[in-house]
Design a protein around this ligand. Structure first.
Ligand SMILES: Cc1cc2nc3c(=O)[nH]c(=O)nc-3n(C[C@H](O)[C@H](O)[C@H](O)COP(=O)(O)O)c2cc1C
Length: 212
């Protein structure tokens, strides 16, 4: 089996970024780019690839949805007993990556991760649609299951039991990644792209242009 995409490429022509375009605060810069992605009707603008590493050094990556961020960090919700949850328990370092194809932009963020409080998890869990709460309660995320039917039966039982809201499973909650590194990438024609990193040094964000 061979799959060849050697000739698949396109030019990125959505403009460039220069040092004086950048906000000195990378969280503000991220907010500006997130706003722009939404204005460009980027589907799943808040979807980010989350990379974690297990205790042997093996990385794994999957998409999760960014739910909120501020100057402290970037937050998502998941199951603490999932594969990523187990990896973060042992190694609380992670990386996030956003790609907004409509704008030819990528953002990479690296930092350390901690759990959000139970109160924050409760608040967000119960703000979700009832069916989503049921699915989260039914799923032992990342564990094997014999059939889909097994999960659907459990969901039906919970639907009959709870009409307004479902108790939040103890293993379901949020994480916050506190960054020490950001990279903003703007695709440019002919592969001479713009890249700027923000590095946290002695509590101050230093900005540096990188070669593409
Ligand atoms: C667009 C998209 C959004 C997703 N959002 C989430 C999310 O917010 N939380 C989550 O736990 N899984 C989310 N998933 C599923 C994860 O990618 C993954 O399958 C799941 O979290 C189990 O990952 P793990 O076994 O590596 O822990 C999403 C998947 C996609 C494609």
């Amino acid at each position: 089996m061979q799959y060849n995409e050697k000739n698949t490429r396109r030019d990125y022509d959505k403009g460039g970024i220069s040092r004086h375009d950048l906000n000195s605060n990378p969280f503000q810069q991220m907010a500006q780019w997130m706003d722009a992605a939404k204005q460009a009707n980027s589907l799943d603008a808040t979807a980010m690839t989350l990379a974690t590493v297990d205790e042997t050094g093996q990385p794994s990556a999957r998409v999760v949805l960014l739910k909120h961020f501020n100057d402290q960090g970037f937050c998502w919700y998941t199951n603490y007993a999932s594969r990523k949850g187990q990896q973060l328990e042992k190694n609380p370092k992670a990386a996030l990556s956003f790609y907004w194809r409509e704008l030819s932009r990528q953002v990479q963020i690296e930092g350390t991760v901690k759990k959000l409080s139970a109160a924050e998890a409760d608040e967000y869990f119960h703000s979700r649609p009832l069916d989503s709460q049921i699915s989260a309660a039914v799923s032992h995320q990342s564990q094997p299951v014999d059939s889909r039917q097994t999960m659907e039966q459990k969901a039906e039982q919970l639907k009959a039991q709870y009409k307004d809201q479902v108790p939040r499973p103890e293993t379901w909650g949020g994480y916050l990644l506190a960054p020490h590194y950001f990279e903003f990438w703007q695709g440019r024609p002919n592969r001479l792209h713009d890249r700027f990193v923000y590095l946290l040094q002695d509590g101050v964000w230093k900005i540096q242009r990188l070669q593409p």
